[in-house]
Design a protein around this ligand. Structure first.
Ligand SMILES: [Zn+2]
Ligand SMILES: [Zn+2]
Length: 271
């Protein structure tokens, strides 16, 4: 499995890719060529072209959740490419209207728009095996006492606005030869909940070798303390926190765990 960071909040010095407060990873495994989140703008498309990655050959697009920093890039993708052979794995709530502090923060398209562009929509509520080793987790059971307790604005079921706990939020797990490797978008469902469920879905005694993606740790609080303890107990390799992890949370993790800096253009290869 090879993962390339197409867009993230961070860029590296002397590498002239575009960064944005958003996330998009390109993942190749067996015959699958997957776009995991699309970012906010066309930055992921432009960066992919600079990196020599041909997005016209995608087999699947997966949305970690519906927030527009993970989904809006699709509107640039379908202007440029024929997506009629591409499956779109998305929890039904990805398409919900969302608002936060008066701003619209949901996906800027409907399910009907996706169908009109030829995408084959696959319900992402339950786990889905994408290859022999790569699994989409589907809805994450929320079991910890310290995560996913604060709503992020509201979502609309077309009748009422409801508190938004981003129930669509999920992640991928790669069941590699050296352990599990988890790939997250924003971890609104809680990074510890995600890692626990990755273990349960893969049903292995494998350690969690590493994690890349947003951990949604934005301040110093009990959630950060508990998360660092959980990661120390449950992970064996390197962590790659990015996107929605503040500097103080990264610093805290670095004091106690192996952490690497993520930036646009970074590649990871796992067996
Ligand atoms: Zn989000
Ligand atoms: Zn995000």
């Amino acid at each position: 499995m090879r993962l390339t960071v197409l867009t993230d909040n961070h860029t590296y010095i002397d590498q002239y890719y575009l960064g944005e407060p958003a996330l998009s990873f390109y993942i190749e495994d067996e015959a699958e060529r997957i776009l995991f989140d699309t970012g906010y703008s066309d930055a992921a498309l432009k960066n992919a072209a600079l990196m020599g990655i041909d997005l016209s050959r995608l087999t699947a697009i997966i949305f970690s959740h519906g927030h527009n920093d993970h989904t809006r890039g699709l509107t640039f993708l379908w202007k440029k490419y024929d997506l009629s052979q591409v499956k779109l794995i998305a929890h039904p709530l990805v398409f919900a209207k969302r608002r936060y502090l008066g701003e619209s923060v949901g996906a800027p398209f409907t399910k009907a728009d996706c169908l009109a562009h030829g995408l084959q929509i696959v319900d992402g509520t339950k786990p889905i095996a994408l290859t022999s080793r790569l699994i989409w987790l589907g809805e994450i059971p929320r079991i910890t006492s310290f995560e996913a307790k604060t709503p992020i604005g509201e979502w609309s079921d077309e009748t009422n606005w409801r508190k938004d706990y981003v129930m669509d939020d999920s992640a991928l797990v790669y069941n590699g030869t050296e352990g599990l490797f988890v790939i997250t978008g924003c971890s609104h469902s809680g990074i510890c909940n995600i890692l626990s469920y990755a273990r349960s879905v893969t049903d292995t005694e494998q350690p969690i070798q590493g994690v890349i993606g947003g951990f949604h740790l934005m301040e110093e609080n009990r959630q950060l303390d508990e998360t660092v303890q959980f990661l120390k107990t449950n992970t064996t390799g390197t962590l790659y926190p990015c996107h929605c992890v503040c500097l103080k949370a990264k610093h805290r993790m670095m004091m106690e765990l192996p952490v690497e800096e993520v930036g646009v253009g970074m590649k990871l290869e796992l067996e």
